[in-house]
Design a binder for this molecule. Structure first.
Ligand code: C2E
Ligand code: MG
Ligand code: MG
Ligand code: MG
Length: 296
């Protein structure tokens, strides 16, 4: 910004700020309304065992399509809800919906749910989470909460306390987007986790970039030593899936296995990909074998 144009620049700049503020206030109002009128939804993306391709659970991902604004990414509206102080309201709605939907799945499948960083600094999080699970009738041992390194590092003491409380309830904690945060590995000693999710950035580079391969190898070895499960995020091809399996990565998630799906599509996915679930349903429908129609 040159001094010559200083004044004009500032005027343009501040009017842009004003416009941006109006936009985000509009977005905030639309989001609040959507939550209240039950228009924020939750979709599910499968997480599979890389060794045999079996579904182990699903990650819940928030979805919002506004009639005027169209599709708004959770990467936009989740941070907005955090900033404007209603992330707890949004998150509670989403967890309730996700847990209710999960009740229709086979019981050995887990639900993975993203906890926002603000919730990891809020001492009420444990109680709020438990209340929702209780009211839905959801076993806490089926729940995994995904948190990010950055969230853990910004408010370490509170985060550690909340993590411990949640784990005492049987909830597992997984470290999301691993490798992209600003943490030092040493700090990880202060926290107890159950699972690490390797960020998509490493996974998508794995076929072409030796460095990413070495980083993934190192993460897998570290997790073995620490007795942590490992999930690779963002697997898009069969080649990536095989490579990750060969590197010793236990689980995978990504478009190759399935995109995030609404509740009905998730059930259809389970019918196609979860053998026992399909059998069970056939029994319930009264068919003794595929192709045999029960008599009326
Ligand atoms: P995340 O938790 O790391 O979720 C994974 C993101 O990667 C999702 O984006 C998912 O749709 C996308 N993804 C999965 N597989 C692939 C793939 O193979 N290729 C590509 N290109 N992308 C893939 P999404 O749904 O847009 O969510 C973005 C972020 O928003 C999430 O990142 C999470 O941080 C946040 N978020 C989403 N839902 C919630 C929620 O309910 N609560 C909170 N607190 N945050 C959420
Ligand atoms: Mg996640
Ligand atoms: Mg992730
Ligand atoms: Mg990610």
């Amino acid at each position: 910004r040159s001094k010559r144009r200083g004044r004009g620049q500032i005027t343009v700049y501040s009017s842009e700020i004003a416009q941006e503020m109006r936009r985000s206030t509009q977005l905030e109002q639309a989001l609040r309304n959507a939550i209240i009128s039950d228009n924020v939804d939750v979709h599910f993306q499968p997480i599979v065992n890389l060794a045999d391709g079996r579904v182990k659970g699903f990650e819940a991902l928030a979805r919002w399509i506004d009639p005027d604004l169209g599709f708004v990414s959770p990467a936009v509206f989740v941070p907005l809800a955090e900033e404007r102080g209603f992330i707890d309201m949004l998150s509670e709605t989403l967890l309730r919906k996700a847990a209710e939907a999960t009740l229709a799945w086979p019981r050995d499948l887990f639900l993975s749910f993203n906890l926002s960083s603000a919730q990891l600094m809020d001492p009420r999080t444990t109680y709020n989470t438990l209340s929702i699970l209780n009211s839905v009738g959801f076993d806490p041992r089926r729940l995994e909460l995904e948190i990010t390194e950055t969230a853990v590092m910004t408010s370490a003491d509170t985060a550690a306390r909340i993590i411990n409380e949640l784990r005492e309830l049987g909830i597992r904690i997984s470290l999301d987007d691993f490798g992209t945060g600003q943490s030092s590995l040493g700090r990880l000693r202060d926290f107890t986790f159950d699972k690490v999710k390797i960020d998509r950035a490493f996974v998508s580079a794995i076929m072409t970039d030796r460095t990413s391969e070495h980083i993934i190898k190192a993460i897998v070895t570290m997790c073995e030593g620490l007795d942590l499960a490992v999930v690779a995020e963002g697997i898009e091809t069969v080649a990536e899936a095989k490579k990750l399996r060969d590197l010793g990565c236990g689980m995978g998630q990504g478009y190759h296995f399935g995109k995030p799906m609404d509740q009905a599509a998730t059930l259809r996915y389970l019918h196609d990909h979860y053998h026992e679930f399909a059998m069970l349903d056939r029994e319930r429908l009264g068919a003794t074998a595929p192709g045999v129609t029960p008599e009326a």
